[in-house]
Write a protein that binds this ligand. Structure first.
Ligand SMILES: [Zn+2]
Length: 282
């Protein structure tokens, strides 16, 4: 029995030794598994910005034809000679028939100036200083929070057809000042061609609805609209302007009034008032 115990003890010692030996020679066998690092791939070549490829869709290819010049080509693509020369790394302006030119179509110096304004987030308004010959007086009150818009017509003197909108605006400015007002009473005036003019700056109360000028934008259309509607350009401009102002000041269509809805007046004329009644239902 004693002999058997001795054999077992020696066996156990031998096993422990074998394990420790194995650990010494292969320590990683007992560490957590770490996957081998991926093989390093060859780096993709850096794209050269001036070298058009299929992946650069902003480039167009033009094959030079007989008689063409860089200037003519640049005009055709609405770009510049410099842009073509730079894109194609041309050292001189001489080009050959059959030569392949890359045109950078994303570069268009005319793009911004010719771009039509996106409405109604951008409305072009002619500033007061561009049409008015005189300065505003200082007897104005601050507008405060804008709560409504009132539409007017200017009415039309007999000789309106013979004068420009700007001439007529200056006559109104003078007449309103004669009443003791700081300037023309409206904030915006829409000309017969649909041009929108700035009248009194929006941060001041206007002088367009007696007793109801606070928090109220005054928009007037040049003409008399008792017998006829404003022309298409004026109505489009009015619609655009109202949309823009309502969006800006968060006003529902029911906050757009005709002068006669707020005071004793025949303004903005029978026909334009009818249009406004429909507008307010939108
Ligand atoms: Zn009015």
């Amino acid at each position: 029995m004693k002999y058997i115990k001795h054999i077992c003890f020696l066996g156990l010692i031998g096993l422990l030794y074998a394990c420790s030996n194995s650990y010494r020679h292969n320590p990683s066998a007992h560490k957590p598994y770490i996957p081998p690092a991926p093989a390093k791939l060859p780096e993709a070549p850096e794209p050269k910005p001036e070298e058009p490829t299929q992946a650069t869709p902003n480039y167009l290819i033009h094959i030079v034809k007989k008689g063409e010049t860089l200037s003519a080509i640049s005009k055709r693509y609405k770009t510049t000679v410099n842009s073509i020369a730079h894109t194609n790394r041309l050292k001189t302006s001489t080009i050959q028939v059959g030569q392949k030119l890359y045109i950078n179509s994303s570069y268009n110096p005319y793009k911004t100036s010719r771009k039509k304004p996106t409405l109604p987030s951008q409305v072009r308004v002619v500033p007061r200083t561009s049409w008015c010959e005189t300065n505003m007086k200082s007897n104005v009150n601050p507008m405060g929070r804008i709560k409504k818009i009132t539409v007017h017509h200017t009415t039309a003197p007999k000789n309106l057809a013979k004068m420009s909108d700007i001439q007529y605006l200056n006559i109104i400015e003078k007449a309103h000042k004669k009443k003791g007002w700081a300037s023309i009473g409206y904030h915006y005036i829409i000309g017969r061609d649909g041009t929108i003019y700035q009248g009194r700056p929006i941060n001041y109360q206007g002088a367009h609805v007696s007793g109801a000028n606070s928090n109220n934008i005054g928009v007037s259309l040049i003409g008399d609209f008792n017998k006829k509607l404003p022309n298409r350009s004026q109505l489009n401009a009015l619609n655009t302007m109202l949309g823009y102002l309502r969006k800006k000041y968060q006003l529902p269509a029911t906050k757009v009034y005709g002068h006669k809805h707020l005071g004793t007046s025949e303004c903005p004329g029978i026909q334009l008032e009818k249009w406004l009644i429909q507008y307010r239902k939108k």
